[in-house]
Design a protein around this ligand. Sequence first.
Ligand SMILES: Nc1ncnc2c1ncn2[C@@H]1O[C@H](COP(=O)(O)OP(=O)(O)O)[C@@H](O)[C@H]1O
Ligand SMILES: [Mg+2]
Length: 247
Amino acid sequence: MLTILVINSKGGSGKTTLTTNLASYYASKKYRTAIMDYDPQGSSLHWLRTRSGAFDIIHGANGAPAKGAVTLHSKSWIPTDTEVLIIDAPAGTTGLLLKDLVRKANYILIPVAPSPIDIHATADFIKDLYLIGGALTAKVKIAVVANRVRNRNSAVYASLEKFLASLRLPFLTSISDSEVYLQAVEQGVGVFEMDEMASNTERREIAPILKWLEGSFPNRYGVRAIDNLINLESSKQYAAYRVVRKI
Ligand SMILES: Nc1ncnc2c1ncn2[C@@H]1O[C@H](COP(=O)(O)OP(=O)(O)O)[C@@H](O)[C@H]1O
Ligand SMILES: [Mg+2]
């Protein structure tokens, strides 16, 4: 089973948005997919409840501790034949829960919004990820994604890029602030399940994440390579990713 942890201590950074879009993509490619929602707000599980039975099934598990309880070990269950598990972490995760989640993960995705407060909080969080979460010894792969980007020419976007470069972590893609993500939430789908023309930009934005994860997936069910699915070679973001990763 491949486990992808979507985490940032900052609320509203895009954890649930990434979780639901990745889960729906893999489910639509016929991977047995599950979401474990650790956030007491339960946004991913809410999205799952709005999902029509016409779309591929995603198993939902609630990992959030009951009100007033202390987390020691998570006690939520997913089907034993799950192939892809996406964990939606709550804001402010630290301590034992952070350790527990990092230990479970093969990949960690950190969404960050281009705002000074978010950049500052993410810098602190990444320190915690290594010092408290033990990410270095866990040998988990970590990457960062910019989310809710409105203007790539803005000063704050430049400072986000500078910050990401200083981290020496792969910066996979910039996801725009787009109505399409909101429509997807409303409909209980991901952008890869929407009309292709209407969600073309958003698909391209998510694609570098899929590409980063692609090496870990067996090419069963005749799933087309991501490069064929979307013309990534022409995508500026992927070109930047290639430079950072030297591929
Ligand atoms: N790229 C985006 N474009 C438009 N709205 C977004 C985008 N990313 C997130 N949102 C919206 O912002 C809010 C917070 O995002 P969410 O994914 O729930 O963050 P988190 O799970 O980190 O708290 C939600 O209402 C979500 O629909
Ligand atoms: Mg959330």
